[in-house]
Design a binder for this molecule. Structure first.
Ligand SMILES: [Zn+2]
Length: 252
């Protein structure tokens, strides 16, 4: 199921149901039921990044591989520590930066790239938007800020909160970006302790392939080191998102 198919189905149902209701064959309550089913399906598409409801999305790799992704930076305190851990452990990750933060800390964005990681777009200021104009502004300005710093346009986009809608999908497709989701969020944006982050990841690790962290939480770098060790102890192959997805991270 996707957005187009849902709308075609809904229109089809309404076209059939309205005469049937008018002629008294069925009760108008069926329309309410239909509207409920429509809303639930739409909600699933909006809130589940793996649903691929609005556009194709990479969110899951091959079982046994695992990639690391970081959102919401760069942060002058935490991002350098995350980079230290990744360098020491020999792991290449993807960073979905917020344009406004990238503007404030361009050297960190360059460092992410220079150390072999991917820089992806996470909008200009992490706003959830509903209109075409606002969605285009968020996506395009995020692209432009990153291009100005690293000299190339990202081909990876991650929506704030993982929440999609048709306007965001249109803006992302216009920039020819791929949506990169995840199949396990560490919840380190919400859980504040290192132990809680490790516990959350370790209890789902074996069936997960794309991990989401935030390089804005001061406890994340220490948790990250232990999680990398856990992956290796469990025989998981740590790979980069481009390796895992086969999608080039920048536009030529
Ligand atoms: Zn975010």
């Amino acid at each position: 199921m996707n957005y187009q198919r849902l709308n075609i189905l809904a229109i089809g149902f309404v076209l059939v149901l309205i005469p049937a209701i008018t002629l008294g064959f069925i009760t108008w309550k069926v329309l309410i039921l239909l509207f409920l089913v429509y809303s639930i399906t739409l909600g699933w598409g909006v809130f589940d990044i793996g649903s691929q409801f609005f556009m194709p999305t990479f969110w899951r790799g091959e079982k046994g591989t695992v990639s690391f992704t970081f959102d919401d930076g760069p942060d002058p305190e935490v991002t350098p520590k995350v980079l230290d851990v990744l360098r020491e452990e020999g792991v290449k990750a993807a960073f979905f930066v917020i344009g406004r933060n990238a503007e404030k800390h361009p050297k960190l964005v360059k460092q992410i790239l220079d150390e072999g990681h991917v820089v992806g777009n996470h909008t200009y200021n992490h706003a959830y938007v509903f209109s075409t104009a606002a969605a285009e502004k968020q996506v395009t300005e995020g692209q432009e800020v990153i291009e100005k710093i690293i000299g190339k346009k990202p081909a990876y986009f991650r929506p704030p909160f993982g929440v999609m809608n048709p306007k965001i999908a249109d803006a992302v497709m216009k920039e020819r970006c791929a949506i990169i989701g995840w199949d396990l969020r560490s919840q380190d944006g919400r859980i504040r302790t290192k132990e809680a982050t490790i516990k959350r990841i370790s209890s789902h690790l074996l069936k997960s392939t794309v991990l989401l962290f935030h390089d804005t939480n001061p406890t994340t770098p220490d948790a990250l080191r232990e999680i990398i060790h856990l992956c290796r102890q469990n025989g998981m192959k740590i790979v980069s998102v481009p390796e895992q997805s086969g999608i080039a991270p920048y536009h030529a």
